[in-house]
Design a protein around this ligand. Structure first.
Ligand code: GLN
Length: 187
């Protein structure tokens, strides 16, 4: 059972991916939805500041942070990557801070607000990556696996049970990154 955070942002698209793959999921909006027995969680794209505040307001922040620190598999896309990062280079905030990377928010500037690029993704193959006001990873600890880069910048990483992409695999019809998460991190 995968918990999809449904506080804000593009969570329905993740649900569609999971449904296509036949993986059971539930939405997490409030503390009581975040129950034992989840095999993994997904933090969707959207607005990280809003999502972080909502996690706090709903009393989800500490339980989620502890669960991830305890090894609960997590997949974060875009804003989800920002929530997971230990350091943000252009923002004072640190949210869950479990992933050993430094991330730059809105890193591509106004000219490249959103775009699509085919990029090689380790363990998956060439992937049609959709970037929307995307962050990238500026620095990563040695134990962080580099799964994909674009224009010399790291845009997909894995650290043990944590997977994060700067782009949105859920906004394509290509389920391979979700499949990778379920296969390599959850089961
Ligand atoms: N720019 C957003 C943020 O900083 C992330 C964008 C996205 O999730 N597509 O939170």
């Amino acid at each position: 059972m995968i918990g999809v955070f449904a506080l804000q942002g593009a969570f329905l698209e993740h649900e569609k991916m999971l449904a296509t793959l036949g993986a059971p999921f539930k939405e997490i909006r409030r503390r009581e939805h975040f129950t034992d027995g989840l095999d993994g969680i997904i933090l969707p794209g959207g607005e990280s500041t809003v999502q972080g505040k909502l996690l706090r307001e709903e009393g989800l922040f500490e339980p989620v942070k502890e669960a991830i620190e305890g090894g609960l598999p997590v997949f974060g896309t875009c804003a989800g990557l920002i929530l997971l990062a230990k350091t943000l280079s252009n923002d004072e905030a640190v949210w869950l801070g479990t992933l050993d990377v430094t991330v730059r928010r809105n890193a591509y500037g106004r000219q490249l607000g959103s775009f699509r690029a085919d990029i090689p993704f380790a363990g998956v193959g060439n992937f049609p990556a959709v970037f929307i006001r995307a962050p990238y990873v500026e620095e990563a600890a040695p134990e962080v696996q580099k799964l994909a880069s674009f224009g010399g910048k790291l845009v997909a990483v894995r650290q043990g049970h944590m997977l994060a992409t700067a782009f949105h695999p859920e906004l394509t019809s290509d389920v391979r990154v979700h499949e990778y998460f379920l296969r390599e991190l959850v089961s």
